[in-house]
Design a protein around this ligand. Sequence first.
Ligand code: ADP
Ligand code: MG
Length: 262
Amino acid sequence: MPSARDRIIIVLDLKAIHKRYGETRALEALDLTCQPGTVHTVFGENGSGKSTLVKILSGIITPDQGEVRVNGQIVTRYSPLWMRHLGIVPVLQEVLVAPNVSVIDNIFMGYDGIFRRRISRADRITRARATLTRLTHAELDLDQLVESVPLPQQQLIVIARALVHDPSILILDEATAALDIEDRDMLFALIREFVGSGRLVIYISHRMDEVIALSDVVTVLRSGRAVASLPRAEVSIPRLLNLVLPDTPLAQKVTENPHVQH
Ligand SMILES: Nc1ncnc2c1ncn2[C@@H]1O[C@H](COP(=O)(O)OP(=O)(O)O)[C@@H](O)[C@H]1O
Ligand SMILES: [Mg+2]
């Protein structure tokens, strides 16, 4: 018998999402469809609306217009707790840790909710260790206060905080920014395994090497709109540059000469 999770097919569908901050149109009629079992990258310049999209999917902000559907069901409540209940868990761009709280308590911060029973400290420790082992070879003292943990390891703590929820949709917003290469490679392996089990990763990065290495699909945002969704086979640096910055001399030069270094 397949388990309940094996039967879950997570399709995420966004239609005509608008979000403004005063005069700023952060998202403008954004359409996006993500399939299960894929790393779906959202790529775009600074200010193109990536983190706004992440905050909507995380239930931190509500769209002004438009629909988000999870497995065909329209989302009617935007709150972090409800999105988590739907299986969506983010790692936000800002490394949000409580400095004067231990590593273990940071990992399980906000874990207890109205939809979930408390788990014992022993179980927390076991799960935290199992999760961190998949993220890094470094030994972290779980009782240490996070203020004395270096930033790269703080980033691992916030990734572990997302993973202990066992999400169906994991969102990573510039989550590798502080990681060293070894830990980044471990995270990439974990991401491939995660989507291999039929789940979905929404991956945000401005690093083209990472995007090309990891993505099954890349959606390019420009000024809050999705201007293209490319399957893996069509993703290349010149193509991405042209979509992100179509009018710049650099993008044109790259198109003319795909071997140009930059
Ligand atoms: N809380 C906010 N208040 C006002 N403007 C915001 C806020 N958050 C984002 N913006 C603006 O919305 C646009 C999109 O921002 P963001 O989604 O953070 O882009 P990205 O993550 O792609 O860099 C930018 O112009 C940004 O300045
Ligand atoms: Mg951002």
